[in-house]
Ligand binder design. Structure first.
Ligand code: PMP
Length: 441
């Protein structure tokens, strides 16, 4: 088949995916791949879910698209109602977009416009964390804390500075309790706000469980609560980016539920459409929407495909399946089994430094030296080797090189469908074990 689709890599060709069945993808040669990462934490219901397919067929027969400059639609309103009803306290409005980066862009622009409308016009800066990923469009890229992604596009549009992530495995001091570490890490935000001048800072953005750059690194208990207090103290908006960790991935519909924190805005995407449609959403506190409604009455933003009826119908079916099939408790049980199986297979491996995560969102950190936590040299491309060996064995997992102390380290992110069975957890761990051993010995 000619390879004219322009993708991420310009090297080599990719197999052609032709079918999806539950936790498996099948390529044109008939080879089956266990989807151990749901692509990238997307396919939470697995592939070819009958309820989502039926919902999409029904919506297509009714209405595919009505421009949001003229209309709202039944599926879009239903989706916003469901999200608001299950969101943390104060969330009252939903802005529907087509993906994660768009949701983050909308959040940044809404924050800026909010402060303009209420007369705090000097607030334009964003604070984020090192080793974070918030998307690839220019504003979202500016927010992200991954130096190698940002470097060649600098100077970036939004002025962002980055504090340390909450990364217990690497940053907690041996004598420190987890709680004390969480407070110390959070207090970096206060220091940064004061350094910049509170009157210039509009928002702090963070993922409750860091996904793409760090391999499922959860905030420790108490960290986000302290962050919330600091944001409140200085009038800074708290944006939680749950594009990867939200929509049930951690065993809670919103990851921040577990942290007991109500942010000013939440971004979601990936699992919301579960791969059936491109969709994302920005959830917003009522007071932010109200300030704009009482001011200019017009959010200066918008995309042609926002609020697409087919996308909203898919998301409604996904959320219906999550609640109707009691998938959140299932994510917690299967997640605990996955963690236990990973620990049993890899816990003593000399090159496995940490196995962590929440729910069915797990990360394995690969190190050169378990004692010193020293990562492998980037040039060895350990994460690429693991990806290739796993893929060859018929496992899709999501290995990547994050940045550790300014250098690249290696992690594997796992985010299988919520429907994963015990036997498939076994298959996933066996194949991953083989790939890691093949890559590092
Ligand atoms: N935020 C987070 C936390 C993400 O993980 C991602 C995607 N990996 C994005 C934003 C961007 O989402 P998208 O790729 O849908 O634009």
């Amino acid at each position: 088949m000619p390879n004219h689709v322009f993708g991420r890599s310009t090297k080599g060709t990719l197999p052609v995916a032709v079918r999806g069945e539950g936790c498996y993808l099948i390529d044109a040669t008939g080879k089956r791949y266990l989807d151990g990462s749901g692509g990238a934490a997307v396919s939470c219901l697995g592939h070819s879910d009958p309820d989502v397919r039926a919902a999409l067929h029904a919506q297509l027969d009714q209405l595919a698209f009505a421009h949001t400059g003229f209309f709202t639609s039944v599926p879009a309103e239903t989706l916003a109602d469901t999200l608001v009803a299950s969101a943390p306290a104060g969330i009252e409005r939903v802005y529907l977009v087509s993906g994660g980066s768009e949701a983050v862009e909308a959040a940044i622009k809404l924050a800026r416009q909010y402060f303009m409308e209420i007369g705090e016009t000097g607030r334009h800066r964003v604070i984020a964390r090192r080793q974070s990923y918030h998307g690839n469009t220019l504003g979202a890229l500016a927010a992200g804390g991954n130096e190698w992604r940002r470097a060649q596009f600098a100077p970036l549009l939004i002025e962002t500075s980055h504090i340390a992530p909450c990364y217990e495995y690497r940053d907690r001091r041996p004598e420190e309790t987890v709680e004390a570490y969480g407070l110390r890490a959070a207090d970096e935000l206060e220091a940064e706000i004061l350094r910049l001048g509170p009157e210039t800072v509009m928002a702090f953005i963070a993922e409750p469980v860091v996904g793409a750059t760090s391999g499922a690194v959860p905030a420790v208990p108490g960290y986000l609560k302290r962050i919330r207090e600091i944001c409140d103290r200085y009038g800074v908006l708290l944006i939680l980016d749950e594009v990867m960790c939200g929509m049930g991935r951690t065993g809670y519909l919103f990851a921040c539920e577990e942290d007991g924190v109500a942010p000013d805005m939440i971004t979601v995407a990936k699992g919301l459409g579960a791969g059936y449609q491109p969709i994302g959403a920005l959830l917003v506190q009522g007071r932010i929407y109200d300030a704009i409604a009482a001011g200019s009455g017009f959010f200066q933003h918008g995309h042609t495909y926002m609020g697409h009826a087919m996308a909203a119908a898919a998301a409604n079916a996904v959320l219906g399946a999550i609640s109707g099939r009691a998938l959140l408790p299932r994510v917690r049980t299967q997640g605990a089994k996955l963690q236990a199986a990973l620990e049993a297979a890899l816990g003593q491996h000399p090159n496995v430094g940490d196995i962590r995560g929440r729910g069915l969102f797990r990360g394995v950190e690969i190190v050169r030296d378990r004692e010193t936590k020293e990562p492998f040299d980037t040039a060895l491309g350990v994460n690429k080797k693991i990806k290739a060996l796993a893929f060859e064995a018929g496992l899709i997992c999501y290995p990547m090189g994050g940045t550790i102390d300014g250098r690249r380290g290696d992690h594997v992110l796992l985010a299988p469908p919520f429907i994963i069975e015990d036997a498939q957890i076994g298959e996933l761990v066996d194949k991953l074990d083989g790939a890691i051993r093949g890559a590092v010995g």
